[in-house]
Design a protein around this ligand. Structure first.
Ligand code: PKZ
Ligand code: NDP
Length: 498
C-alpha cells in the first residue's frame, strides 16, 4: 500500500480556509512532507484592501514556510489561488474556475469556518452550514474526487458528556432552519437564538453540529472523513515548536496572564484541559485523507482528535505551568508581575475581578487622566472579561471523547509515516509543550531587541570609524553613490516599461 507521501504524489488538492491558523499549517505540511504533490488550489477571498494573490504571497513569505522554502525555493509554483467568497451563492467561484476544479481535484480539505463564539446565527449558518453544503455540491461534480475531509470541532456535541465517533442527529433539520431564517430580520433572529441553540453555549458549536449532518447526507456519493479537534494550540514540534499566530482560545488567556493583566478566571482545576497541538491535528487530517481515499469506507468516518482520554492534563496543571513559565521568562512591558489563579467558585472569581482587575484599572486610568493621557485600562479589561466569559463554559467542565478511530488510523500507518505524520498524543510532554507555547512570544520580543541592538552597534562602530579614517569615508561615499545610481537606473527602466 502507498505511504502517505506516495499517495499525495501527483494529486491536486483543494483547501478552504488556507489563510487561517490550521489551513496554513496544512498547506505547509503538505508541501514539506509530500513534496511530490502536484498542486494546491486554495479558495481565498480578497480582504482588508488586499487582493487574493497578495494575501497568498504574503502568507508564503511568513516564517512558518521557512523550512519549505529551504527545501524548495520554487514551492509557490504549486500554489494556485482561486478567488472565492464562501458567503456568496456558488461560493462566488467563476465558471472557468469551477470547470478547472471539477476536472482536476483529487482531495478536498474543508477548513474554512467562522470560529467566533459571538457570531450572529444567520452569519454562522451561512458560513458554517450553507457554504459547506455548497462545497459538497461542488465536490459531487468533481470527476476524480477520492476524499472529502471536513474539519469540525470536538465541541459540536458539547451538550453531551460522552461523545462517540458518530454523527448525532442534528438539533434541527438544517434545511428547515435555513428556510425559516431567510425571511426573518436580524433582530428577530437575535431574539430567538438562545431558544434555538438550546443547551449549546454558542452559535459556533450549534452550526458546526449542523454542518456535520449536511456532510453526512452525501456519504453515499462521496468518501468522507470528519475531523473533530478539541482546543487547538501552538505547534508541538513542526515546523518548529510553539508556532501560533492568533489569540484564540487559551492563547489569549495565556498572554493576558503573562502580561499580568489577567489575575483570575473561572475554570475547574480538576477538569481535563483538552488541548491538542496544531501539528498533530494536521498530521491526523492528512493521514485521514490518505486512509479515506485508499480504503473508501462505506460511510463517513469521524475522528475525535483529542488528548484527554489518552494523555490527560488539567486546567490546574496548565495554570501552574503557564505561571511558572512566565515567572521564569517574564514578558516585556508587563502591566503587573504575572500572578493568575483559576477558581471554579463564582463569588470568589467576582471578588478577585473587583480587587485585582477593576480596582487597579481604575487607579491606572486615573493616573493616565492626570498625566493628560487617554484612559485605556478599563476598556481593555472590559474586552478581556467579554472574551473569558465566552471561554469559561469550556474550562469549567470536562467531556469524554471516544478516540478509537484515531487509534485505528495510527495502527494503519507504516512506521515511517507514524514518525512523519505523528499524532500519537501519548508522546506529548505537557510541561515542555506549555513552556514552548509561552516562550515563543518572548523569543519574538527578544529577537526584536537583539536586532535593534545589533543595528545600533553597527551604526555606532561605523560612525566612529568614519570619523577617524579618510579611507573609510571614501568607501562610504562610493557605496552611497553606487546605490543612488542603481536606484536611478531602476526608476528610469520602470518608467520605460510602464
Ligand atoms: C493561566 C490561566 C490558565 C487557564 C486557561 C483557561 C483557558 C480556557 C480556554 C478555553 C478555550 C475553549 C475553546 C473551545 C474550542 C473550540 O471550539 S476552538 C474555536 C475557538 N474560537 C475562539 O477561540 C474564538 C473566541 N473568540 C471570539 O469569539 C472573539 O474574539 C471574542 C472573544 C468574542 C472577542 O471579539 P471582539 O470583541 O469582536 O474582538 P476581537 O478583535 O476578536 O478581540 C478583542 C480583544 O479580546 C482579546 N481576546 C480575544 N480572544 C481572547 C482570548 N481567548 N483570551 C483573552 N483575550 C482574548 C483580543 O486580544 C482583543 O484584545 P485587543 O487586541 O483589542 O486589546
Ligand atoms: N482553532 C481551534 O481551536 C479549532 C478550530 N476548529 C476548526 O478548524 C477549522 C479551522 O479553524 P482555524 O484555522 O482556527 O480558524 P481561522 O479563523 O484561523 O481560519 C478561518 C479560515 O476560514 C476562512 N474564511 C472565513 N470566512 C470566509 C469567507 N466568507 N470566505 C472565504 N473564506 C473564509 C478564513 O479566511 P480569511 O483569512 O479570508 O478570513 C480563514 O482562512 C474550522 O473549521 C474550525 O471550526 C476546530 C476545533 C478547534
Amino acid at each position: 500500500m502507498a505511504s502517505i507521501a506516495e499517495y499525495y504524489a501527483g494529486k491536486n488538492v483543494l483547501i478552504t480556509g488556507a489563510t487561517g491558523f490550521m489551513g496554513k499549517v496544512l498547506v505547509e505540511k503538505l508541501l514539506r512532507s509530500c513534496p511530490e504533490v502536484k498542486a494546491l488550489y486554495l479558495l481565498v477571498r480578497p480582504k482588508a484592501g488586499q487582493s487574493m494573490q497578495q494575501r497568498v504571497s504574503d502568507m508564503m513569505t511568513c516564517k512558518l514556510f521557512d523550512r519549505v522554502r529551504e527545501d524548495n525555493p520554487d514551492f509557490h509554483q504549486k500554489i494556485i489561488p482561486i478567488s472565492s467568497e464562501l458567503m456568496q451563492p456558488g461560493l462566488a467561484i467563476s465558471p472557468e474556475d469551477v470547470e478547472k476544479l471539477t476536472g482536476c481535484i483529487d482531495v478536498v480539505f474543508h477548513c474554512a469556518a467562522t470560529i467566533r463564539f459571538d457570531e450572529p446565527l444567520k452569519h454562522a449558518l451561512q458560513l458554517n452550514v450553507i457554504a459547506t453544503q455548497q462545497l459538497v455540491s461542488l465536490a459531487k461534480q468533481m470527476h476524480h474526487l477520492e476524499a472529502f475531509i471536513h474539519i469540525s470541532t470536538a465541541y459540536a456535541n458539547c451538550n453531551r458528556k460522552h461523545i462517540d465517533e458518530v454523527i448525532y442527529p442534528p438539533p434541527v433539520e438544517p434545511k428547515k432552519l435555513i428556510e425559516s431564517l431567510e425571511w426573518m430580520d436580524d433582530g428577530i433572529v437575535r431574539d430567538i437564538t438562545p431558544r434555538l441553540i438550546g443547551d449549546r453555549p454558542n452559535t459556533y458549536t450549534y452550526t458546526k453540529a449542523l454542518a456535520e449532518f449536511v456532510v453526512q447526507q452525501e456519504q453515499d456519493k462521496l468518501n468522507i472523513a470528519i475531523i473533530r479537534p478539541s482546543i487547538v494550540g501552538a505547534s508541538w514540534q513542526e515546523p518548529f515548536p510553539g508556532w501560533i499566530d492568533n489569540f484564540n482560545g487559551p492563547s489569549g488567556v495565556f498572554i493576558a496572564a503573562g502580561k499580568g493583566i489577567l489575575r483570575t478566571m473561572r475554570a475547574n482545576n480538576d477538569a481535563v484541559a483538552d488541548l491538542i497541538p496544531v501539528d498533530m491535528v494536521i498530521n491526523l487530517t492528512l493521514a485521514a485523507g490518505w486512509y479515506t481515499a485508499v480504503h473508501r469506507p462505506k460511510s463517513a468516518v469521524v475522528y475525535n482528535c483529542t488528548t484527554g482520554g489518552i494523555n490527560p492534563f488539567h486546567w490546574g496543571e496548565i495554570e501552574h505551568h503557564v505561571m511558572s513559565s512566565f515567572k521564569r521568562n517574564p514578558l516585556e512591558q508587563a502591566f503587573r508581575r504575572p500572578n493568575a489563579n483559576i477558581t471554579s467558585n463564582y463569588l470568589i472569581n467576582q471578588y478577585w475581578i473587583l480587587v485585582s482587575h477593576k480596582f487597579p484599572a481604575l487607579i491606572y486610568d486615573l493616573f493616565l487622566r492626570l498625566s493628560g493621557q487617554k484612559p485605556q485600562m478599563m476598556r481593555i479589561f472590559n474586552r478581556l472579561h467579554k472574551a473569558i466569559s465566552l471561554l469559561e463554559y469550556f474550562s469549567s467542565q470536562d467531556w469524554e471523547w471516544n478516540s478509537e478511530n484515531m487509534n485505528m488510523l495510527m495502527s494503519q500507518l507504516t512506521p515511517e509515516d507514524r514518525k512523519t505524520f505523528n499524532f500519537d498524543v501519548r508522546q506529548l510532554n505537557w510541561p515542555e509543550y506549555i513552556e514552548n507555547y509561552c516562550i515563543v512570544y518572548l523569543l519574538k520580543r527578544l529577537r526584536n531587541i537583539r536586532y535593534t541592538f545589533n543595528t545600533l552597534l553597527v551604526v555606532f562602530i561605523w560612525r566612529v570609524f568614519i570619523a577617524r579614517s579618510q579611507m573609510a569615508r571614501n568607501i562610504w561615499y562610493f557605496v552611497v553613490s553606487l546605490c543612488f545610481k542603481f536606484l536611478s537606473y531602476f526608476r528610469a527602466s520602470s518608467t520605460i516599461t510602464n
